[in-house]
Design a binder for this molecule. Sequence first.
Ligand SMILES: *[C@@H]1O[C@H](CO)[C@@H](O)[C@H](O)[C@H]1NC(C)=O
Ligand SMILES: *[C@@H]1O[C@H](CO)[C@@H](O)[C@H](O)[C@H]1NC(C)=O
Length: 351
Amino acid sequence: MSTASIFRILLLHFSLSTVLAAHSQPLTPPYLSPNTIHPNYQNMFNSFKIFIYNSNSTFPFISPSQSLFYTRLQDSHFPTENPEKAHLFFVPFPSDLPPRSVSRLIRSLRTELPYWNRTLGADHFYLSCTGIGFESDRNLVELKKNSVQISCFPTPAGKFIPHKDISLPPVPSTPAPTSNTASFLGYAKFDWVKESTLVKELSSDPDFLIESKPSDLNTFADRLGGSKFCLFEYGGGDVSGIGEALRFGCVPVVITDRPIHDLPFSDVLRWQEIALFVGRRGGVVRDLKRVLGRACWERHEKMRKLGVAASRHFMWNETPEPFDSFYTLMYELWLRRHTVRYVRRESPFVV
Ligand SMILES: *[C@@H]1O[C@H](CO)[C@@H](O)[C@H](O)[C@H]1NC(C)=O
Ligand SMILES: *[C@@H]1O[C@H](CO)[C@@H](O)[C@H](O)[C@H]1NC(C)=O
């Protein structure tokens, strides 16, 4: 297993210690489609039906978010035993199933049941934490190209197809936010083993406080609550704390050298107004300071509020609640339910 638990979260408390509290304006919702999301959600909640192949099986999933999604779905009102009523079909298989076995599984669906052939898999979805790669095998090609993949954020490069795939948000580990006390100037959390040039640059900068690990989760929560910006390195770094940063009002700053397609709920949330995206070219720290310095005064409070409002979508509640992680994922699946049904081509000469 990889070093999945490695954290590389950098938190920054900008050295301008006084924050101008923005005066309360009506808060715009953090959604791409603020006028339609609520009626669409209600429609999804009332109508959505999923057919689960081998619905009573349990699977050894490698990530908590996969297991949570699977059990929540099994326990929800969405599954139907009547495939004719289903909008989408779910093909569950264990995380460590070798590609050849996945291919055999798809082949058996294709030959034994009529549903795969109707859309060549386009109304099917599957869970794979690291995503499946492109293979030459026909079954895997159709699964990869047509079916909706739900992978764990961040998905390895090349394993995510933006118009159809979905990423699972990480499961938060910190306690709920209490009051925010900015008791330090800056903070960075990272992993000594995979120390990056960015960390090296920031370590020597007095505006940033960097540590390899907070002593416990409460301390970590305090750091999040007391920081204006939380820095995440995308691609190699650990970005799993991004939902928690939002919850604590710490505006995420995502440092990346390529476009990011797999942000959780990217077809629901206005990420461009919730987080800052900073390119890695040039002097990273100089760019960072320029971007953060500008954002600090003009945009920070608005982004912070939007982020806090968006953070409900990252919660995995004991009893599912509207717009929590589970239901938002279902909503994203609902948005993908319209697929082309291929009709079987009949020979014109058959009488
Ligand atoms: C799954 O289990 C339930 C009861 O636990 C049963 O009613 C149902 O028929 C089972 N479904 C399948 C597909 O085996
Ligand atoms: C689906 O199509 C394939 C040919 O592409 C065929 O071999 C298979 O029997 C079909 N499945 C069903 C259930 O008709």
